[in-house]
Design a protein around this ligand. Structure first.
Ligand code: CP
Ligand code: NVA
Length: 302
């Protein structure tokens, strides 16, 4: 039976650990034939640099091919029903990676496809980012379980997937968000359940300093995600005391990592110098999208 990856929680802890192992094995010299003859459709309703390029390069380097389908071309749900796009693509290609506004669109795609559907970011989750980030953390720290990740800012798609991923692998997840921008109750419930079986701890607060203190990883993301542009001004005000800078980072452990999925807005969620701080691993994160997604594609494409 085909499997989809719409949420990090579609995977077990063992499967995540296997993906990381396989990504580490593939990283130095990817076997050029593993996806020979396979084709991946990339349906994107929103812009992308990392996700689009890393999936395309991953397919190419493993002997397969990717077809990028930009928003205006497919018109998901506008030019054609989502279910009809799914059924048509299933006749041509071996898998779909889709970036959508609504997470429900992914569910419809998956339901009507006979091929695997991978979430390349939705309003609810960004599983490929979170899984790649676990790879980066594992490379830098040599373990995942028992570490503490402090997330500063919006309880958004990136935070949701990181929270679920951390809860699955036994990493503590602390988050500081302004009122009204916390992780949503349904994800919280799901994460708490996973955390209970992995013994990872969860902390939710309004105070950035409180979560960063003693953390192994400090993570932030944009205040305004794609699709929320009309709220940008309101969000700038709500998040004004949630900027990550050197001073805040200094409260974390001496060997802490600074992480961000990119694109970053210097002067908003991070201070201008932060991407160049020795603690920043943001471009390693971007690179690891390629390696982790290779492992994922090898596992998922029939
Ligand atoms: N981090 C990430 O998904 O980047 P893109 O939006 O550029 O794909
Ligand atoms: N939260 C951001 C992540 C971009 C990779 C967004 O959805 O726009």
């Amino acid at each position: 039976m085909k499997r989809d990856l719409l949420s990090v929680s579609d995977l077990s802890r063992e499967e995540i650990e296997q993906l990381i192992e396989q990504a580490l094995a593939i990283k130095p010299k990817p076997p050029s034939h593993l996806l020979s003859g396979k084709v991946l459709a990339l349906i994107f309703e929103k812009p992308s640099l990392r996700t689009r390029v890393s999936f395309d390069v991953a397919m190419h380097q493993l002997g397969g091919h990717a077809i990028y389908l930009p928003p205006d071309e497919v018109g998901l749900g506008k030019r054609e029903r989502v279910s009809d796009v799914a059924r048509t693509l299933s006749r041509y290609v071996d898998g779909i990676a889709a970036r959508t506004f609504s997470h429900n669109t992914l569910h419809t795609l998956a339901e009507h496809s006979s091929i695997p559907v991978i979430n390349a970011l939705s309003d609810l989750e960004h599983p490929c980012q979170a899984l790649s980030d676990l790879l980066t953390i594992y490379e830098k720290k040599g373990k995942l379980s028992g570490l503490t990740l402090a997330f500063i800012g919006d309880g958004n798609n990136v935070a949701n997937s990181l929270f679920l991923a951390a809860s699955l692998v036994g990493m503590n997840f602390y988050i500081a968000s302004p009122p009204g921008y916390e992780i949503k109750p349904e994800i919280l419930k799901q994460g708490k359940k996973l955390a209970a079986s992995s013994a990872s701890q969860i902390k939710l607060t309004k105070k950035p300093a409180e979560v960063v203190k003693g953390a192994d990883i400090v993570y932030t993301d944009v205040w305004t995600s794609m699709g929320q542009e009309s709220e940008a001004e309101k969000r700038r005000l709500a998040f004004s005391t949630y900027k990550v800078d050197n001073k805040l980072l200094d409260l974390a452990k001496g060997n802490a990592l600074f992480m961000h999925p990119l694109p970053a807005h210097q002067g908003e969620e991070i201070s201008t110098e932060l991407l160049d701080d020795p603690r920043s691993v943001v471009f390693d994160q971007a690179e690891n999208r390629l390696h982790l997604q290779k492992a994922l594609l090898v596992q998922m494409l029939p």
